[in-house]
Design a protein. Structure first.
Length: 288
């Protein structure tokens, strides 16, 4: 059975997120560890987390994919912005320990003109400060569309970050992974519409498929290589719409691919809950 869900609000707490997910036919979900514009995290309610943990077990959920706020930039040119990202990620990961065995996904950051090489160094240095040996959460770098000076636009760039962390702190290697965003990789120039097999073979060569832990399943408002990062609803963008050169076969290939089909799929499409429920049911149908 497909493990699929969407981004849900943490505003009403942890157990409420699980109940919302169940109500739309999801068996995983994503959530922001705190307000996406930054600011304080909710205070931790251990009873609430315990209630979510039993709900997840009872309903056979797959791994959850927490999302770091977009405002963190581990490779900012400003030292205070880097320090903020490091302090916030460390706190997020401490809190994730109360919900062991899940994923924590983050955007590698933007090098803001310092260059990719410096970006790689700063992100790796930041990760070495926020991760610790034996942590119960796997930290996922997200593949990015390559808007502006965004890092993570190529598999090579992600591989360099992972290799540098591994070199500095070999004990952290197993706790690092990658989340593949279908809108972002297409925008970055990887042709998953016509050659998903080839793109994943390339991922395997450069990063290794054993690092591929989760998928953000989004359609794209722009063609392959656009570097725009605008998500479309499933079937309404360049991946899933036949009128735009994609189609249902492209979506089916994604949710049934041997390298992807057992990973958690997270929808980040422009929808309300009823729209997510429809997309989840539709994609479950395609995967059968
Ligand atoms: Fe993201
Ligand atoms: Fe994403
Ligand atoms: Zn995006």
């Amino acid at each position: 059975m497909l493990t699929i869900g969407c981004h849900v609000s943490i505003a009403k707490g942890y157990a409420a997120m699980g109940r919302t997910a169940c109500s739309i036919g999801a068996n995983t979900f994503a959530f922001f560890t705190r307000n996406p514009r930054g600011g304080n995290a909710r205070s931790l309610d251990e009873n609430d987390i315990a209630a979510l943990r039993s709900l997840l077990a009872e309903h056979g959920f797959g791994r959850l994919v927490a999302h770091a706020p977009y405002t963190y930039n581990l490779c900012s040119a400003k030292e205070d912005a880097r320090a903020f990202a490091i302090a916030s990620m460390r706190e997020d990961l401490e809190r994730m320990e109360f919900l062991p065995g899940q994923y924590y996904n983050f955007h590698p950051g933007s090098h803001v003109g310092q260059g990719s090489e410096r970006g790689v160094e700063l992100i790796a240095a930041g990760l070495c400060q926020v991760m610790h040996e034996g942590m119960a959460t796997r930290v996922l770098l997200e593949t990015m569309a390559g808007k502006g000076t965004e890092m993570g636009r190529s598999f090579e760039e992600l591989a360099k970050i992972i290799a540098l962390v591994e070199q500095k702190r070999p004990e952290l290697s197993g706790a690092l992974g990658v989340c593949l965003d279908t809108c972002h990789v297409s925008d970055a120039g990887y042709d998953i519409i016509h050659d998903l097999d080839g793109v994943l073979a390339h991922f395997d060569e450069v990063i290794g498929l054993e690092r591929l832990c989760a998928v953000h399943l989004n359609d794209s408002k722009n063609p392959c290589g656009a570097h725009k990062d605008r998500h479309a609803c499933i079937g309404e963008g360049y991946l899933g719409s036949a009128a735009l050169g994609g189609g249902e076969d492209v979506l089916r290939a994604i949710v049934t691919h041997p390298a992807l089909k057992d990973l958690p799929f997270i929808l980040e499409t422009p929808n309300e809950l009823d729209g997510y429920a429809r997309e989840i049911a539709y994609l479950r149908g395609l995967a059968e």
